[in-house]
Design a protein around this ligand. Structure first.
Ligand code: PBG
Length: 325
């Protein structure tokens, strides 16, 4: 062996050395916990496809929100599971609908100590399970859906949400919501745009979490996983032009290339949603003894940060903040 002046291993020689030179850190304040609250529950119900995740009662949701504050989380994202559904998703903009009631509960409990976010989409509230209302041909009607989203946005703003998360991938949704909120004097409420959202099979376990009624698929509005990154950048540009305060890429790990490309062009914070299927794969593989649950979970969060996400939505948010960080 000759001389070897360059030895990268020197910087890996001890935990202190590695800590000194590390670049990517995950902080509790980066993390957002997605939560499900189901109408009419007296006890939380475990979600079979998402080990460790439950459908909350109003009470356990509030307790979880307080835990999130204590753990220093950045935010909480609420999904509502109503008892009754109809064609237009009436429960979504009803002030007494489960999502709006739960938003009020959580906001009352946490004030401004946690960023309170709401999923803004009709799929949990419609009897056909689509993210919008249908026209006579059974297709999702873009512009009619925007009117429903507008009404939902006002209800969520009144219920105390700091950030609304339009996730339905309707054209023009960000601009429309921005205008409606501003006209109502709610320029204080921000938009976390699901700017890039794929028609992904990784959402599988989520369907059980919200008792989804969907029979078909969402390919006429969510993006094709095989589409070019250029399309993703176009969606981001549109949402930025329309006034998005943050842009999100979803799912996370299978789309790190897209996340990186978005992070390079966006001049607002970029979020990544580590979706239900990503979480479930790790949980079930770990339960089978195939992988180290905590290390794989943390590695996946670091990967999302390294690819360019400042904000991470993950079902591990609370556990990561309390035990792993
Ligand atoms: C739509 C919505 C979905 C998810 C978040 N918002 C489902 C879908 O688009 O089909 C999925 C989240 C996850 O899988 O963790 N309201």
């Amino acid at each position: 062996m000759g001389e070897l002046p360059v030895r990268p291993r020197r910087l890996r020689s001890s935990p202190a050395m590695r800590r000194l030179v590390t670049d990517v850190r995950v902080h509790p304040g980066d993390l957002v916990l997605p939560v499900f609250v189901r109408e009419g529950l007296t006890e939380p119900v475990p979600v079979r496809t998402l080990p460790g995740v439950v459908q909350h009662t109003r009470e356990t949701l509030v307790a979880t929100a307080r835990e999130a504050v204590a753990a220093g989380l950045g935010g909480i994202m609420l999904f509502g599971v109503p008892v009754a559904r109809d064609a237009v998703g009436s429960g979504a903009d009803d002030p007494d609908g489960i999502l709006n009631v739960a938003l009020r509960d959580v906001r009352d409990a946490v004030g401004d100590d946690l960023v309170v976010m709401a999923d803004l989409c009709l799929d949990e509230f419609t009897d056909h399970g689509h993210c919008g209302v249908l026209n006579d041909h059974g297709r999702v009607d873009n512009d009619a859906t925007l009117e429903r989203y507008a009404s939902m946005a006002l209800a969520q703003a009144r219920a105390g949400a700091h950030l609304l998360g339009p996730s339905g991938m309707m054209d023009g949704q960000v601009g429309h919501l921005r205008a409606v909120l501003d006209r109502a004097g709610r320029d204080d409420v921000g938009l976390l745009a699901y700017a890039v959202k794929y028609a992904s099979a990784f959402y599988g376990p989520f369907r059980e979490a919200v008792d989804s009624q969907l029979t078909g698929d969402r390919r006429t509005y969510q993006q094709d996983p095989a589409a070019s990154v250029t399309e993703a950048l176009r969606e981001v540009r549109l949402d930025l032009d329309e006034g998005a305060d943050l842009v999100m890429v979803k799912p996370g790990l299978p789309y790190l290339d897209v996340l990186r490309a978005v992070a390079e062009v966006a001049d607002v914070p970029v979020a990544a949603y580590q979706v239900s299927g990503e979480y479930a794969m790790v949980e079930f593989a770990a339960a089978a003894g195939a992988i180290d649950r905590e290390r794989v979970a943390m590695e996946s969060l670091v990967a999302l940060r390294r690819a360019g996400a400042q904000v991470l939505l993950t079902y591990w948010a609370l556990e990561a903040a309390q035990h792993w960080l």
